[in-house]
Design a protein around this ligand. Structure first.
Ligand SMILES: [Zn+2]
Length: 85
């Protein structure tokens, strides 16, 4: 099975997700013991931080195109996490 797993209920929720361009620019991805400074935000991509399945503490910035959600910072899929009930 090589298909990409869909984003489901087991997808880790980003807790302090940035809602403005300024907050996203300060956000660092893939922060862990061996890389405390993390990885800089790429303004061309969705600002959501995604955790690698099965590797626990490793994360990366979502690879999808942005344009949805708060300040247009997120992809279509992750923008759903910001929907007001
Ligand atoms: Zn995304």
């Amino acid at each position: 099975m090589s298909r990409t797993p869909p984003i489901g209920k087991d997808d880790a929720t980003m807790l302090d997700a940035p809602r403005t361009k300024e907050a996203a620019a300060k956000y660092r991805y893939r922060r862990w013991g061996g890389n405390p400074a993390g990885t800089k935000y790429d303004p061309e991509r969705c600002a959501y931080e995604v955790w690698e399945k099965g590797r626990g503490c490793l994360s990366y910035q979502c690879l999808r195109k942005k344009g949805y959600g708060p300040d247009g910072l997120y992809c279509k899929v992750h923008a759903r996490k910001f929907k007001e009930p």
